[in-house]
Design a protein around this ligand. Structure first.
Ligand SMILES: [Zn+2]
Length: 421
């Protein structure tokens, strides 16, 4: 007698399984009129609706009503915990100042650092919970969140504690990254800062974060400083990530790949040979096309070149208050298609199984294949091309995390972005 499912979602236009090893002719693992059976919070079986209705007669049935069903999105790069917001800075940019101009004049990230230092742990948590609810409403079921708006040990720890409490309370899976090296704190010599970031305090941060990340860029940490920090983090037991090539081709993605980094993120500017090093070391390229979109940049990461070099791709929002205040993975798929040279299949893979690989979770989530977390979304569309086609809209109808309905909860949260204390 085969195992009976607890939950059966059936009558889809198509079910996208998005298997890790999807073949070229069916990269999304499409099953027409597909169904997915869930048991104990995991995917038990996928197949046609006819077959699965026969196999699981006593499961709770959810009729997808001819909508498309696919894995929840994995947003592998966010800065979702922070104080304040920076809409005024957007207005400054629109009046002619560049992101780096604003950063050098002590604005930009420093205003978020001040607001984050001033916020209590509870204030940070409450505001981040609202953002997570918005992300979930857009179909995101797993989120990586970085520290990095403290730039002092105490505030960095407060941010990591906030991420840990979100991981406890949120229905979503949350992955924690320590980004003490986000930028240099104002008024401290850089050698002293780098010594601190590579010192014994790393062990304490490691207890609260799985990954360590560095922002390698002119105006932030240099190539050599980034290598020192990542090398020390690796020795302290962290898995590695890097912000590389956002504005300048410093070669940092290749360097991080050689250190075994799980992902290198941004990559608008790649130095010669970097893609090859990433492919060789299995380092995932995380494209963040919402950033050049919001900063009105002309240069997007070349996803086509990376795929042709054999690099695995992820698409993520980089949600942050300064350079991409968007929670929408469907919009990132649209940008991936229109600006990064990706096909719809490649963009959908990058937003699901690719995102899972970028946080080292490809064996447990990101696909609707047997044994993986039952993170399932139902969309108000019939085929994947309609995600970029209806760009700027939210196609997500229903979200299940580990087999449990969560969209309804997200919709009922008191969304109060506009309230001020
Ligand atoms: Zn970032």
């Amino acid at each position: 007698m085969p195992t009976e499912a607890d939950l059966l979602i059936h009558n889809s236009s198509m079910l996208l399984r998005v298997p890790v090893d999807g073949s070229d002719d069916n990269a999304l693992g499409v099953i027409r009129d597909g169904a997915v059976a869930v048991k104990d919070r995991k995917v038990l079986e996928t197949g046609t609706s006819t077959d699965l209705l026969k196999n699981h007669p006593s499961a709770q049935k959810v009729d997808a009503g001819g909508r498309m069903v696919m894995p929840g999105f994995v947003d592998a790069h966010t800065h979702l915990v922070h104080g304040g917001e920076r809409a005024a800075e957007m207005e400054m940019r629109l009046a002619g100042k560049t992101y780096l101009d604003i950063l050098k004049s002590g604005g930009g990230i420093y205003s978020t650092v001040a607001a984050t230092r001033a916020a209590s742990l509870e204030e940070l948590t409450v505001s981040a919970e609202k953002r997570l609810a918005m992300a979930a409403a857009h179909g995101t079921t797993t989120v990586e969140i970085k520290s990095g708006y403290g730039l002092d040990a105490g505030t960095e720890m407060k941010m990591l504690e906030c991420i840990a409490s979100l991981a406890e309370s949120s229905p979503l899976d949350i992955v924690s990254t320590y980004l003490g090296a986000h930028t240099l704190p104002a008024g401290r010599p850089r050698t002293e800062v780098v010594d601190e970031l590579t010192g014994p305090a790393l062990g304490g941060f490691r207890r609260h974060a799985e990954f360590c990340d560095v922002f390698c860029e002119d105006g932030a940490f240099s190539f050599d400083e980034s290598r020192r920090i990542l090398t020390a983090a690796k020795a302290a037991g962290f898995r590695l990530k890097i912000h590389a090539g956002q504005f300048n081709p410093l070669g940092a993605a290749g360097m991080a790949a050689e250190l075994g980094a799980v992902s290198a993120d941004h990559l608008e500017e790649l130095a010669p040979g970097e893609a090859g090093k990433m492919a060789e070391n299995g380092t995932v390229a995380v494209l963040l096309p919402g950033v050049p979109f919001f900063l009105q940049g002309s240069k997007y990461a070349d996803g086509r070149q990376l795929i042709d070099a054999g690099v695995r791709l992820a698409l993520a929002t980089d949600y942050n208050p300064g350079s991409c205040p968007s929670y929408s993975m469907p919009f990132m798929i649209a940008l991936g298609v229109f600006q990064c040279g990706l096909s719809t299949s490649e963009a959908v893979r990058a937003a699901t199984t690719g995102g899972a690989a970028a946080i080292g979770r490809q064996n447990s989530l990101g696909s609707l294949t047997e044994g993986k977390s039952a993170d399932i979304i139902i969309l108000n569309i019939e085929k994947p091309e309609e995600i970029p086609y209806y760009f700027g809209t939210n196609p997500v109808h229903t979200v299940y995390k580990r087999g449990k309905l969560i969209t309804a909860a997200a919709r009922h949260l008191n969304y109060s972005h506009h309230q001020r204390k």
